[in-house]
Design a protein around this ligand. Structure first.
Ligand code: FES
Length: 283
C-alpha cells in the first residue's frame, strides 16, 4: 500500500523557486501584493469610470427631482419618484392616502426615497460596482488597489449592507404600488377607465423592469430556495428557485436597465405635467 506524504500547509511560506517576493504568495492574513499598478494592457478603467459617471448622474437627477416637489402628477400618471404619495401636501389626486398627515411640509418624495435608494445601495451587484468605481477596492480584476487593509463587510458601517434582504421585501411592496400606478394609467385624465396613452406604456415598462430587477435579486433567490436541505421534498420551491436563478444571471443588466427605466418614467411624467410635451393618447 502506498501512503502519500502529507500535503504542505497552503499559503504558508513563499516558494523561492517561483521567484518569491511581493506578488508571488499570499497568506491567510495578508492580501496579494502586485508590485506594478496593473498587469493589464486593456482599458480596464472604462468600466469603473462609466459606472461612476452614470451613478453620479442618476443621484444628481433623482435628488433634484425629489427636492423639486413639482410636476410629478399628470393625471392619470404619477412619477415613480413620488409614489406612493403619502402626505397631505401631495398634489390633489396623486396621493395613496394621506397617512403621514399635514405636519410634513417638505417634498413627499423625501418620505419614501430611502426605500428604493436603500434597496439599490445595498444591492450585491451595485456594491461591487460602486466599490470598484468610488473606493477602488479594487478598481478592476488584477489592478492594485490603494488600500492597505481589507476588512470586507465584516465591520461597521459596511456590515449594515446585510439589511439588503429587508429592503428587498419593502421593494416588493413598492413594485406592487408602481404596478397599480401603471394600471391606473388605463384611465383618461378625467378618471374614466378603458383608455391608454404612451404614459401607460412607460409606466408598465417601468413596473416590469422593477419586477425583473427584484425577482433576479440574490436575496430573492435565497428567500425562495435557500436553507433547503432537500430540493426533492420541495418541488415547487425548486422550480421557482430554478427560474429565479436563471433571472439572477441577468441581474446586473436588470439593475442598469431598471435604473434608466425609472428615471425615464419620471422624466416622461415631468414633461407631461410641466406642459413640455403632450401625452400621446392611443384611445
Ligand atoms: S442583489 Fe441586487 S437587488 Fe438584491
Amino acid at each position: 500500500m502506498t501512503v502519500s506524504p502529507p500535503s504542505p500547509p497552503r499559503d504558508s511560506v513563499p516558494d523561492e523557486s517561483l521567484g518569491a517576493g511581493a506578488g508571488t504568495w499570499t497568506s491567510r492574513t495578508t492580501r496579494a501584493r502586485i508590485a506594478s499598478g496593473s498587469l493589464r494592457l486593456d482599458a480596464w478603467w472604462v468600466g469603473p469610470a462609466t459606472t461612476a459617471v452614470v451613478l453620479i448622474a442618476f443621484v444628481a437627477y433623482s435628488s433634484w427631482r425629489a427636492f423639486e416637489n413639482a410636476y410629478y402628477y399628470a393625471p392619470p400618471y404619477i412619477s415613480p419618484f413620488y409614489s406612493p404619495c403619502l402626505a397631505t401636501n401631495c398634489v390633489p389626486g396623486s396621493d395613496l392616502g394621506t397617512v403621514v398627515g399635514d405636519w410634513w411640509k417638505l417634498s413627499p418624495a423625501l418620505l419614501i426615497l430611502i426605500f428604493p435608494l436603500g434597496f439599490r445601495l445595498t444591492c450585491y451587484y451595485y456594491r461591487k460596482a460602486y466599490y470598484r468605481s468610488f473606493w477602488l477596492s479594487p478598481p478592476a480584476c488584477a489592478v492594485a488597489e490603494p488600500h492597505r487593509r481589507y476588512t470586507g463587510e465584516t465591520r461597521f458601517p459596511l456590515i449594515l449592507q446585510n439589511v439588503h434582504r429587508w429592503f428587498f421585501y419593502i421593494g416588493l411592496i413598492f413594485n406592487v404600488i408602481l404596478t397599480w400606478d401603471a394600471i391606473l394609467g388605463f384611465r383618461n385624465p378625467q378618471g374614466q377607465w378603458g383608455h391608454m396613452g404612451l404614459g401607460t406604456l412607460v409606466l408598465l415598462a417601468n413596473a416590469a423592469l422593477l419586477w425583473a430587477y427584484s425577482l433576479s435579486c440574490h436575496s430573492c433567490r435565497h428567500a425562495i430556495g435557500g436553507r433547503l436541505t432537500h430540493f426533492s421534498r420541495h418541488p415547487l420551491r425548486y422550480r421557482a428557485w430554478t427560474l429565479v436563478s436563471q433571472l439572477n444571471g441577468y441581474h446586473a443588466r436588470f439593475a442598469w436597465i431598471s435604473l434608466f427605466g425609472v428615471a425615464l418614467a419620471d422624466l416622461y411624467v415631468r414633461s407631461v405635467a410641466s406642459g413640455a410635451i403632450s401625452d400621446l393618447r392611443f384611445f
